[in-house]
Design a protein around this ligand. Sequence first.
Ligand code: FES
Length: 188
Amino acid sequence: MNENPAHDKTLDEKTLNRRKMLEGLLVTGAALAMSSGVVGATAAMTPAKPIKLAKAVEIAPLEKLTKNLDSVPFELEGKVKALLVRVAPPEDKDALKALLGSGRLLEVEQKDKDDKVSKLYLTAYTLVCTHRGCTVNAPDKEGNLQCPCHGSRYDATGSVTQGPAKKALPGIQLEVKEGKVLAVAMLS
Ligand code: FES
């Protein structure tokens, strides 16, 4: 029973405004000013500003991502398609540092049964093409994604490899808690 309609109205308006902002971000592809090509240090040098999700989205247990290019589809707010991918990090140390600083890439340390520590790298992005907002197809076995509308292509990190899109797929900030990978924010 709604005992405080004014309060509920405020909440509804807040939710609506936040949702509008998120949708605008996703459709315009303004989430990240990353240039085309290999995961670049250019955009990564400017740390992306995270826009926190109202509720973190639990994507998958970390153990599901056993090797590079393993991916898990998920949805934001029950309707925006997105993808979590385990990727190989760039070999260049500065590029790696910049990417980690941007929030676009997450480094996770894992211990095996002999306590040997290894690192894995995760990234996530929405599947909203930054050209005109079509949903890009699921990745092929090399992790590349193609937009069915005008042919833009993206690599496994979400960076553009073929236009007309010019910007990377909108990035999602990740966290790992209690062995689970969570989506916590959009990156702008
Ligand atoms: Fe994706 Fe045009 S909407 S290439």
